[in-house]
Each structure stands twice: as C-alpha cells, then as structure tokens.
Design a protein around this ligand. Structure first.
Ligand code: SIN
Length: 550
C-alpha cells in the first residue's frame, strides 16, 4: 500500500534521514555510501530536487590552489572578515581541508572553468588577499548541484522524496546521562502530495536545510530558505548561536521584473566599481580606503545603505563597462544574459543594485564533525554554526564549508549507524487536526508579508534598540497567532514555513538586542563601536518540547 493510500500517516524505519537537497545534503549522501554502501538513505526536499540555496551560489568555492597563496593567508582573511568572532579551530580545520574538498569534487566531473594550461581559473572576491575562487562560470552552485544530483538519481540506496517537508524532530530524553540534551530518533514529514504526516525513524538525522533569507523582504535566497533546520533543532533543545549575524550581499539586481537576482561579487573581483546613483561617482574609498570596492561584505553593504539613505534613489550602480563584451559574456554568461533580457548591456550600461539578505552566519551549534547538542543529530552547510564565519562570512567560504562538513559528518555518523537506539516509548502517529478554514488561512498568510517587511526595516543593515524592541513585540504577537492556528488546523507547507520563519525572526532579533555593539554584519546605530571582548551569542530553549505534539 502506498503511503498516501492509508487513512493516517505511516511510520517508516530507515538508516539515515537527510533533510535538504543542497550541496551539503547531496555530498553527505554520496560520501556516506563510500564508507557504508548498504546504508538506506532517505533524502527529503520541500519542492523538487535541486531547489536550494546552493544552486544560486554564483561565485564559487574558496580554496588555496594558486602558487603564491597559502593556507595561513586564507585563514587570516577568514578571521579578518569574521571581525574577531570566528572560532579559530574550526577555521583552521575547514580551510586546511579545502584543497582535498576540491579533489573530491573532481570525481563528479563538475565543469569548473579552467585556464589554457588546464589549471583552475581562480576568481577574486571581497576580503580575499589572493585569487582563490574555483568557479564554473557564474553558476558554480548550479553546476555542482547538477553533477551531484546526476549520481544521486542513479543510486539504488538513496530514496529521494520531493514535496516532503520536515515538521519536527522526534526526540527522546535519558535523564540519567550526564550532559545529555536529548536523542533524535527521526522526524515527522509532511507529504504534500497527499497531505499526510509520516514518522521517519532513523539512526541519524542530518539537517542540511540551508538558511533563512525569506525572513527578510529582499533576499537573494531560494523560496525554500525558511530557516526550517534552526527552528526544528531549537524546538528540540539544541543550542543555536550568532543568529544576529545575517549577512547582506551588497549587490542584488534592483529591477521590478527580475527579482531576487544576484550580481556576483566576482564582478567586483574583475574590476567592477560602485557608483552613487545621483552623482555617478565612486564612494567606496571613503568607507574602506585600502580595499575599496573589494572590502568585506558587511562594510560594502553598509556603505551602499548609507549612500542610498542620502540620495534620491533606491539603489546604487555597479559599473563594469571597462571590460569588453567578449570577456563579460564568457566570464559571466548567466548574469550577462539575464541583464540583456531587461535591456542592460553590462559592457555599456550601469547596473542598478541594492543590498539584500544573503547568508546566515550563525545557526545550529556544531563541532567540526557536524555533531549538534542532540545525539544522532547533525547539521551541515548554512544551517550550521561551526564558527567558521564569525560575525561576517568571507565570500565563497560557504560552499567550501558545505563540502568539507558533509564529508566530516559522513565519517562521524558511522558510529550512529553501528549503534541502534533503544526506544523508550512507542512513537505516536502524528494526530493532526483536519479542520480547514480557507479564509482564516488567507488571513494568517498575510503575516509573511508583514513580518518580512518589518525585519527589513528594523533588523536589517542598521539596527537600534528601540526598533528591535518594537519588532520583538510585533513578532511575539504574530507568533502567538500563528501557533494558535498551527495547532488547531490541518497544516500545509506554507504554515510549517511561516511558523519556522517567525521563530527565526525571534531568534535573530533577540540576539541583536543582546549584542550592544557593532561587529561584522551586525550594526547598531546606538552602539556604533566594537566591544573589546568578543562573545558568541548562544541560545537554548529552557524547556524543549521533546515530542512537540500536543
Ligand atoms: C557571489 O557570487 O557574490 C556569492 C558568493 C557567496 O555568497 O559566497
């Protein structure tokens, strides 16, 4: 009988549950099967395979490959970008594994751009002191995702479930274990094709759910980036940290028809410069005399914000017209074609750009093996807070982290495969209310728009105590309404996402209130300086709801 044919949700037992189909999740599956070819993996994704933040990553993967470059220099650039808040052991470990990660990717025949000498062509981005960005034109994330998916589709041990949304983790608690925060047994998954919630029990669960760009009105992220992993892990009692550091990418295309489209930092890496939209003059020298247009993202995004505030325009310009049409078409084929479709010839015209929410630098706390506070729960990729990014991520370190941490977690999770859990209680089927109220659902859905606009205004590039306090109150009111509806009505993917977004917003704003200083991507107008002591902001729910079922 198919899972949809039953009246209620079913219970399935598998070996490993991977939630999310970005580069971290896909690479984890393939690495795990190298160690343990008989493992049965279920990979779930909310819409279709490959719809994830990774696929929109244009720039590339930062790794030390150039003759003049060094690991020490990549480490230093990462620490500088992170504004004294990186966790050095993680930085060292991940960056040292960079060249090996690129070697691993060779097996997937990814069409990385090469020079005539059949070496990788290395791109340049903000905050890097050397050219070290391995890329595939301007669609690196998409190329890697597609190459990994080609292997995943064919693999008989991987069951891929599309239209499947994780609702919550299933956990149990062992009070006699010292330092124990809970053990994860699997997750409840909504199958949107038949609106049933199934329980998947597994020996370990891997959160590879990406970031939460949809918390903000303007974002470069995929529509699926709704902070699901952070929300589920937090509700289950895992620590999350550094949530206030939401990175804004300086250059999202500003256009009424083509929305959410990134203009890669690599454009500035090839000499592009920012211009004030009123005066058409360069301004980055005032904000970063040395690195200017290639300063780190926090500095450039704030500079643009400032220029926009003082001008009559809603954007600034990016100018790359010194490069030839032939070069730009070859180096940035996707950006060139997208701009051409709206009558912007990047070899001749200025490109209107604005900063937009791009990357979550904090997340679910993990060690360098991807292990979280909860036994059998891993977090890898953007959802995780390894300490690599500190207060501001260095460009193109994210795909590097995704690949390295997926490998490390695959190695570490062998232990969980070898040790079955002992169930303390039988796992209840999800007993969801069936009430549907379309009018009320429509009303609740308007909270999306309100919340995302407020986050942009009060918890965006420049923040104040008063604004954050107002926002926290609004979020808590919205959260109550959303939770009340959630527990009394049949749930859909939209509501799971909305519930997660509002929790992410609460975590971001609460952390931003506590941090009374300005550092990296967190700028407080009322506390414009960095405090002399660097502290991560770690949060844990006081009383986790172990099964999260009422
Ligand atoms: C970009 O191409 O600018 C994005 C790359 C990244 O976020 O690291």
């Amino acid at each position: 009988m198919s899972a949809c044919a039953s009246q209620q949700g079913e219970t399935f037992e598998i070996d490993v549950l991977v939630i999310g189909s970005g580069i971290a999740g896909l690479h984890y599956c393939l690495e795990l099967l190298k160690y343990n070819p008989k493992t049965r993996i279920t990979l779930i994704t909310k819409t279709v395979l490959g719809e994830c933040n990774s696929r929109y990553a244009q720039g590339g993967i930062a790794s030390v490959l150039g003759p003049d470059d060094s690991i020490a220099s990549h480490i230093q650039d990462t620490l500088n970008a992170g504004d004294d808040l990186c966790y050095r052991p993680s930085v060292e470990s991940i960056i040292q594994q960079g060249p090996h990660a690129i070697e691993q990717l060779k097996h997937y025949a990814i069409p990385f751009t090469q020079t005539h000498a059949e070496q990788y062509a290395l791109g340049h981005e903000g905050g890097h002191s050397h050219r070290r960005i391995v890329h595939a034109g301007d669609q690196t994330g998409l190329s890697i995702t597609q190459s990994l998916l080609a292997k995943i589709y064919k693999h008989p041990q991987i069951q891929c479930l599309e239209n499947s949304t994780a609702v919550n983790l299933i956990t149990q608690y062992h009070p006699h274990r010292i330092d124990h925060q809970g053990e994860v047994l699997g997750a409840y998954i909504l199958d949107s094709t038949c609106n049933k919630i199934h329980a998947y029990l597994s020996r370990c669960v891997v959160l590879a759910t990406g970031g939460a760009g949809k918390t903000y009105r303007y974002t470069s992220n995929s529509m699926v980036a709704t902070g699901d992993g952070v929300a589920m892990a937090y509700r289950a009692g895992a620590r999350v940290g550094n949530m206030e550091f939401y990175q804004f990418h300086p250059t999202l295309l500003h256009h009424h028809e083509v929305t959410n489209f990134l203009i890669s930092e690599a454009v500035r890496g090839e000499g592009g410069v920012l211009l004030n939209a009123d005066t058409h003059t360069r301004f980055m020298k005032q904000y970063a005399p040395e690195q200017q247009d290639l300063a780190t993202r926090d500095i450039v995004a704030r500079a643009i914000f400032n220029e926009i505030e003082q001008s009559d325009n809603q954007f600034v310009y990016l100018d790359i017209t010194h490069q030839s049409q032939a070069f730009l078409k070859k180096r940035f084929p996707q950006i060139y074609a997208t701009l051409a479709s709206i009558d912007i010839n990047m070899a001749e015209d200025l490109i209107p750009v604005v900063p937009a929410a791009h990357y979550q630098c904090g997340g679910v706390l993990t060690n360098t093996q991807g292990q979280t506070d909860l036994e059998r729960l891993y977090a890898i990729g953007e959802v995780a807070f390894t300490g690599l990014h500190g207060a501001n991520r260095l460009a193109s370190n994210s795909l590097l982290e995704a690949v390295v941490m997926a490998s490390n977690a695959a190695r570490a999770s062998q232990t969980n495969l070898a040790t079955p859990w002992q169930l303390k209680h039988s796992i209840p089927r999800w007993n969801s209310p069936t009430q549907v109220n379309n009018r009320r659902a429509g009303q609740i859905n308007t909270h999306w728009r309100g919340l995302r606009g407020e986050m942009m205004s009060y918890a965006g590039i420049v923040r104040t105590e008063a604004g954050l306090n107002d926002l926290l109150q609004l979020i808590q009111q919205r959260k109550k309404i959303i939770e009340d509806y959630y527990w009394t009505h049949a749930i859909t993917r939209d509501f799971i996402e909305l519930r997660n977004i509002v929790l992410n917003a609460e975590l971001i704003v609460s952390a931003a209130l506590v941090r009374r200083e300005s550092r990296g991507g967190h700028y407080r107008d009322d506390y414009p300086y960095k405090s002399p002591t660097a502290q991560e902001s770690i949060t844990r729910l006081n009383a986790p709801n172990w099964m999260d079922i009422k």
